[in-house]
Ligand binder design. Structure first.
Ligand SMILES: *Cc1c(COP(=O)(O)O)cnc(C)c1O
Ligand code: SF4
Length: 343
């Protein structure tokens, strides 16, 4: 071949290889030593830390880089950094506040409310939130299949919606999610599939083309509920990732937990709701903290929560005010803590 036959406009775009979300996840900070260096913690502040043996420190670099240096009052520090306060015992704070084991119809299927059931799809998360009520949940990691759960869902015609929760369903590989979605899609009485995920807040790279293809692969209506608690958790990459989901006609909701020192003031909650609705994300729930052991230092009085919501209602559009709820085991729905008209 004559070299000159090659058209001279042939040039190669430099191939930008973005790191996969798995690789990013492997760079999460999990050692206290690394965290101390990263946050430049003074000796005094280092002495506040505690490496929980079962529920270890686990925070994506993206979130860690949003924490102010050497500041234990930072709202993200409080959410992700394990502190000796977790060793405090307090009456009423128990290992499994939701009695989830009692509601498990199959090992990984929780059916508490009419018309919808929740698949505990994995125990793994992109991050460890120190207030998490499922931190003591006995995740069964041995059996990876959802056959029994799917069988039960297919046989229960009262179910219209399946919630993929966890842990975080986005911890699962896309081929597992794809399988699950396709299987759910074949069940005629199901109308909706809902994701509950905190993954995009730590690793928005997770919302890649393959995952978007999974979302596109079903004709069931998908709803996507993220979990964030403070405006500082967001950045432009995260908004862009959420926009890709919204562009598929999938409503994106947010649920928060009311956390002392993090978001228990009107100004923060207002700013938070505003950035959500300005990006088309609906503030869905503000949860009263579930009373899991080791989290008592996060609890905010219900009376204060009610006042906060009342103040928000006077300053935001109706769709910008989350429903303030708590979960009471055995009740037919989450229990509203605000009187009407909020409901
Ligand atoms: C919270 C929850 C749901 C969802 O409740 P909604 O009010 O529909 O958001 C479903 N199943 C279980 C087990 C839950 O804990
Ligand atoms: S992402 Fe959700 S399930 Fe996982 S630790 Fe945080 S609150 Fe718990």
């Amino acid at each position: 071949m004559n070299q000159l036959n090659i058209p001279d406009n042939t040039h190669f775009e430099p191939l930008v290889i973005k790191p996969s979300w798995r690789k990013i996840q492997r760079e999460n900070i999990t050692s206290l030593q690394e965290l101390i260096q990263f946050l430049e913690l003074s000796e005094h502040h280092q002495s506040l830390l505690y490496q929980h043996p079962d529920f270890i420190l686990n925070v994506p670099k993206r979130l860690a880089s949003k924490i102010a240096k050497d500041d234990p009052t930072d709202p993200l520090f409080l959410q992700f950094v394990p502190l000796k306060q977790e060793l405090l015992t307090q009456v009423g704070f128990v290992a499994e506040p939701m009695h989830d084991a009692h509601f498990a119809k199959e090992r990984k299927l929780l059916h508490k409310y009419q018309g919808r059931a929740l698949i505990v799809s994995t125990g793994a998360c992109a991050m460890h939130c120190r207030y998490c009520f499922r931190k003591n949940f006995n995740y069964d990691t041995s059996d990876k299949s959802f056959d029994k759960e799917l069988e039960l869902i297919a046989s229960d015609r009262s179910l219209q919606e399946i919630i993929l929760s966890g842990g975080d369903p986005l911890s699962l590989p896309d081929r597992v999610l794809q399988d699950l979605i396709l299987n759910l899609s074949t069940i005629p009485h199901l109308k909706r599939i809902r994701f509950h995920s905190r993954f995009p807040m730590g690793i928005p790279e997770r919302i890649d083309d393959t995952f978007l293809d999974v979302l596109k692969s079903t004709t069931k209506q998908i709803w996507f509920c993220i979990h964030a608690n403070h405006p500082n958790e967001f950045d432009e990459d995260i908004w862009q990732a959420l926009k890709k989901i919204q562009l598929l006609g999938i409503p994106v909701l947010n649920q928060s937990v009311l956390l002392k020192g993090v978001n228990d003031d009107t100004a923060t909650l207002k700013r938070f709701s505003e950035i959500l609705v300005d990006h088309g994300v609906i503030p869905y729930y503000l949860h009263q903290l579930d009373r899991v052991e080791g989290a008592s230092h996060f609890e905010v009085e219900e009376e204060k929560g009610k006042e906060l919501i009342q103040q928000l209602a006077g300053q935001l559009p109706g769709f910008g005010v989350p429903k303030y709820v708590r979960e009471i085991p055995g009740e037919p729905s989450k229990t509203s803590l605000t009187s009407s008209p909020q409901g």
